[in-house]
Design a binder for this molecule. Structure first.
Ligand SMILES: [Zn+2]
Length: 113
C-alpha cells in the first residue's frame, strides 16, 4: 500500500513540476519571439540540401467512392526529393527553412541586333 501512496505522491510532484516547467517554457518562448522580432535579422548565406517528403497522388484510374454527395478518390503516397533552403541570422542565430521558391525577374538591356 505504501508503494501506491509513494507513487501517487511522486506523480503529483512531477505533475506540479511539469506545470511549472510549462509556464516557464511559455514565458521563455514569448521572450524569444519578442527578441527575435526586434533583431532586424542579418541573414547569412542560404544553404540548400535535398529533403524527402511524402506526396499524395490521386489515382484517377480507380473508381471513386461515393458517400452521399461526398466523393472520395483513391490516393496513394510517393516519396519525392525536394530542395530545402535554410538561412541563419548571424546576429541572433534564428534559423529559417523553406521548400518554396519564387521566380525572380531581371531587366536586361535589349540591344537591337
Ligand atoms: Zn536575427
Amino acid at each position: 500500500m505504501s508503494d501506491i501512496r509513494n507513487l501517487r505522491s511522486e506523480i503529483s510532484a512531477l505533475a506540479a513540476e511539469a506545470e511549472r516547467a510549462a509556464c516557464v517554457l511559455s514565458s521563455k518562448r514569448s521572450e524569444l519571439a519578442r527578441l527575435e522580432a526586434a533583431c532586424g535579422h542579418e541573414w547569412g548565406p542560404v544553404s540548400t540540401r535535398m529533403k524527402e517528403i511524402r506526396e499524395e497522388c490521386v489515382d484517377w484510374s480507380a473508381p471513386p467512392e461515393r458517400h452521399g454527395v461526398h466523393i472520395d478518390y483513391k490516393t496513394t503516397f510517393r516519396t519525392v526529393q525536394v530542395p530545402e533552403h535554410t538561412r541563419t541570422c548571424v546576429r541572433c542565430g534564428r534559423m529559417e527553412g523553406t521548400t518554396e521558391t519564387k521566380a525572380e525577374t531581371r531587366r536586361i538591356p535589349a540591344f537591337r541586333d
